[in-house]
Ligand binder design. Structure first.
Ligand code: NAD
Length: 295
């Protein structure tokens, strides 16, 4: 299949590589020339703009940082909608607010283009291994069209409902994740301050009612889980800046829906303070340092 792929960063580049490996012909566009050159060596075709990439493509995929980039790449003068053919399926995999996802999809629909939102979880490791989870907001018909291609980049392809619902699933999950990591941090630091061995405490939590992914797989206390970022200086995981972005999306969506997110707002401020301390590039589990005496 001839696929346009726009946005080839930490996530998009490995996703595009998996599509090339699966035998697709890719039209590539990014602002970063070096990643384009690298993917061209694997057989991808470099395009001069999102419009040019979309021309002649049988499917368009984008993977961009935030809503402003999605708007400009899709709706701009040289954007995807200026080049895409009528009836061609399209999907944006960026994590953005549900409202923008719906607005861009509505603009696409006016041109006879069915567009889905399909944000992912699984991180850069999942993007490389082709084991991402895709949370897809689309009509049943569009989901059926996209599913086989998304399955070449991911393991779980979940139909969440109509367009926008993929983003809703993503931001609700990350809202809970951001909060649960702070809860585990608070409990681990309290136990340490009161004098219990943190390995013993983690073992109790992980076989008791406090157990969650933040405690049993990604525990923020160094040394508790060997494979967690906490055990390698909080490097190479899910950056606190990205968590801060997702909590911003959740709290803004909540504001628009007149829905309280009390703990989410507190969590957002704690990650904000972490960012201010210059720790935004660390894995988000380093939030535990907000509770520890300087080491
Ligand atoms: P990134 O910053 O590494 O990559 C974004 C790419 O988009 C860059 O290559 C950039 O040059 C390109 N770009 C920006 N503006 C552009 C434009 N106008 N035209 C063409 N290309 C443009 O970001 P990432 O880590 O790949 O994340 C992409 C999305 O996936 C984000 O929404 C992020 O929240 C989400 N996400 C990231 C992770 C992760 O672990 N990195 C996990 C899940 C979801």
């Amino acid at each position: 299949m001839n696929i346009a792929f726009i946005g080839l960063g930490n996530m998009g580049a490995p996703m595009a590589r998996n599509l090339i490996k699966a035998g697709h012909q890719l039209n590539l566009f990014d602002l970063n020339q070096s990643v384009l050159a690298e993917l061209a060596q694997l057989g991808g075709r470099i395009s001069a703009s999102p419009k040019a990439a979309a021309e002649g493509a049988e499917l368009v995929i984008t993977m961009l940082p935030a809503a402003a980039h999605v708007r400009s790449v899709w709706l701009g003068e040289d954007g995807v909608l200026a080049g895409i053919g009528r009836g061609i399926p399209a999907v944006d995999c960026s994590t953005i607010d549900p409202q923008t996802a719906r607005e861009v999809a509505a603009a696409a629909a006016k041109q006879g283009v069915a567009m889905a939102d399909a944000p992912v979880s699984g991180g850069t490791g999942g993007a490389q291994a082709g084991t991402l989870t895709f949370m897809v907001g689309a009509s049943a018909e569009l989901f059926a069209t996209l599913q086989p291609v998304l399955a070449q980049m991911g393991r779980n392809i979940v139909h969440c409902g109509e367009v926008g619902t993929g983003q809703i699933a993503k931001i609700c999950n990350n809202l809970l994740l951001g909060i649960s990591m702070i809860g585990v941090s608070e409990a681990m630091a309290l136990g340490d301050a009161l004098g219990i061995d943190t390995q013993v405490l983690a073992g109790i939590i992980n076989s008791s009612t406090g157990r969650c992914w933040s405690s049993d797989t990604y525990n923020p206390w160094p040394g508790v889980i060997e494979t967690a970022p906490a055990s390698r200086g909080y490097t190479g995981g899910f950056g606190a800046e990205l968590m801060l972005k997702d909590l911003g999306l959740a709290t803004e969506a909540a504001r628009q829906a007149h829905q309280p997110v009390v703990l989410g707002a507190v969590a957002q401020q704690l990650y904000q303070a972490m960012s201010q301390r210059g720790e935004g590039g660390k894995d988000f589990s380093a939030i535990v340092n907000s509770y520890r005496k300087p080491q």
